[in-house]
Design a protein around this ligand. Sequence first.
Ligand code: CP
Ligand code: NVA
Length: 298
Amino acid sequence: MKDLLSISALSKQDILRILNLADQLKFDLKHGIAHRTLEGKTLAMLFRKSSTRTRVSFETGMYQLGGHAMFLSSNDIQLGRGEPIRDTARVLSRYSNGIMIRTFAQSEVEELAQYADIPVINGLTDFAHPCQILADLMTIRERQTVLEGLTLCYIGDGNNMANSLIAGGALCGMKVRVATPKGYEPDAGVTARAGDALTLTNDPFEAAKGADVICTDVWASMGQEAEAEKRKQDFAGFQVNGALMANANANAMVLHCLPAHRGEEITDEIFEAHAGEIFDEAENRLHAQKAVLEILMG
Ligand code: CP
Ligand code: NVA
């Protein structure tokens, strides 16, 4: 493993290695056992979009591992004034030991990785959100013990979250069911690679039937603000609510990468009833990313 650009670029062994180390790091943190594996190392964090969890968990993770993280908003660095990504990659490679980037196009992350001599981590693109899915798989495994054989259901937009959940779920031996409105399907390459592991439908109730985990995400992602009103209409009926949950397994978990829009993709009632696992999921970003940082930069 040189970079973390997407879940599809990982093997099942890579994922299990990250999840096992993440569990260990979480246990050790709670028991006061320090890991100073990145002493003297720095992570450059490039952001072209907003963030709460990704920024804070990477910054905290680097600190806990003995290193340092630099928050670089594209508004404040020369990248935002048009300095090419390939030059930014080569400059940052002379100062830092790793780069995390949150941006729009997946191709920008790929180009950054091509020109950087140091590991590159995708902190969300329009196509993928691999760090989030590692935390999601960690959270599911914590509560269900195994991933293999579980039914993972995603309701909503065929976006970065959908693409990465499909890839991660299929790699880990889960049955993945995805329900989107017509015209909002996930990436065709991702769905083709998932093969028989994936069921795609436009019927949320069919997707949720007997599922062990129900996931959802916002209807309008960052960069799609102008479409928000149209999307509210197109996604009516694709809400995680009491009726939908009644169709899932009795003990089904609910996951949401956050931020959530209560009353849109999820009701307040279901969100609060599952706040335990949703905020474990947010916490696990820290542990899963520390595992990635140790593996790539240690
Ligand atoms: N889930 C997630 O990536 O959150 P942020 O946008 O706050 O980083
Ligand atoms: N799909 C959302 C996820 C946010 C963490 C977005 O891209 O805005």
